[in-house]
Design a protein around this ligand. Structure first.
Ligand code: PLP
Length: 394
């Protein structure tokens, strides 16, 4: 018998993953070119050439004992120092190696920090729509996920409702900017207002409230939009970063946490997070990936590829009568369902071989998410299928 807690995890297991599997089956049945699978945020742009060269060089030239061996649970010192230096250069921060903990992607980083911070019954606030896995990650440590309802006009976080939902049990607030699933980038004004509320609530309740900034899409922005560095707004900020999207390495599992010295109880959090990573079974982030990303810190993905996809699909859907906010970052479009039950809309889309994910997976029913990190051919090919879909509703 599986554990009781797992029963509900399995039951609510990701609709996105299920659809991804369905997409593969449909591609085998109808031919890949006739299926428009927009379900998963799996980058289709290959990792940069410099990453491949770096991996080859590491394998050929690095001491294999060092390359494949255990190291400090927090990661290689040279890697953490290089990342701190890169952040300081790009964002005018003042981090040192101590502030960086290497993780097996953002998923591991979030689990590590939640294990480090949460006592059973502690509350973690997040803003709908949000990455559905947050629910599971918080539940892993017997925390309670508290949702702030969406502002469906701007999809910026609702600060007033945040203020109302903070209690003495609030241990953390998770934000994600650029956002999955909306593509919205939180503005400096939003972050300032959020910081002011959190500071005031900490004073009023005499607690520490940590702001966890989940940032796998930091580098994926269009038209030079700035993504403010969150630690500069609020001292109790912990950043989770990932190379899954920025270098197209989702299967490799590599990222890091930033725990600044300014965060309350930083020293203990830093040492506890290294222990949390170890006892969660990660032990350390993959060694070769740590060394590889540290040597590719100035590399970037082909953002122009995603931008062309974004413009093409956004303009086409608008023209057909669909409504959605134009994303400034990440690679998702959050489309208003033409009918209240967005799962019915997704089912109708599937009849046209279009796979999109219901907004209820993100705590925001009435909308659907389209991941445009697919080939340009898929984008162009899907438009006639969307025309048929639109004809049903408009
Ligand atoms: N957070 C958000 C908002 C995501 O969209 C994802 C992946 O899609 C993750 C975290 C997990 O990313 P990783 O592959 O780095 O674990």
């Amino acid at each position: 018998m599986i554990a009781e807690k797992m029963v509900s995890f399995v039951k609510n297991s990701s609709a996105i993953r299920a659809m991804f599997e369905e997409g593969k089956k449909m591609a085998a049945q109808y031919g890949a070119e006739n299926v428009y699978d927009f379900s998963l945020g799996n980058p289709n742009v290959p990792a940069p050439e410099i990453y491949r060269q770096t991996m080859m060089r590491l394998l050929e030239q690095e001491d294999p004992v060092y390359l494949h061996g255990y190291m400090n649970n927090a990661g290689f010192e040279e890697v953490r120092a290089a990342i701190a230096e890169s952040l300081n250069r790009r964002f005018q921060t003042a981090f040192s190696m101590q502030n960086i903990i290497m993780t097996a992607g953002a998923a591991a980083g979030l689990n590590i920090i939640l294990k480090t911070l949460l006592n059973p019954g502690d509350e973690v606030i997040t803003f709908a729509p949000y990455f559905g896995e947050y629910r599971n990650y918080v539940q892993n440590y017997d925390g309670i996920l508290v949702e702030v309802s969406p502002d469906c006009t701007s999809f910026q976080p609702n600060i007033k409702e945040l203020e109302e939902k903070i209690t003495a049990k609030t241990k953390a607030v998770i934000i994600n900017t650029p956002n999955n699933p909306t593509g919205v980038v939180y503005s400096a004004e939003t972050l300032s207002a959020m910081a002011a509320v959190l500071e005031a609530k900490q004073r009023e309740l005499r607690t520490d409230i940590y702001l966890i900034s989940d940032e796998p899409y930091r580098e994926l922005v269009y038209g030079g939009v700035e993504v403010p560095y969150v630690t500069k707004f609020y001292p109790n900020t912990i950043v989770g970063y990932s190379y899954s999207k920025s270098l197209s390495l989702p299967g490799e599992r590599i990222g890091y946490l930033v725990i600044p010295d300014e965060a309350a109880d930083a020293e203990n959090i830093i040492s506890a997070a290294a222990v949390a990573g170890r006892i969660l079974g990660f032990v350390n982030a993959p060694s070769i990936q740590q060394l590889a990303v540290a040597r590719c810190l100035d590399a970037s993905t082909d953002i122009a590829y995603y931008d062309r996809n974004r413009e093409t699909i956004y303009q086409a859907l608008k023209k057909l009568g669909f409504s959605c906010i134009k994303p400034e970052g990440a690679f998702y479009l959050f489309i208003k369902s033409p009918v209240a039950d967005e799962t019915a809309f997704c089912a109708e889309a599937k009849k046209q071989h279009i796979l999109i994910v219901p907004g209820s997976s993100f705590g925001c029913p009435g909308y659907v998410r389209l991941a445009y990190c697919v080939s340009y051919e898929t984008i162009c090919g899907s438009i006639s299928a969307f025309e048929k879909l639109a004809a049903i509703y408009f």
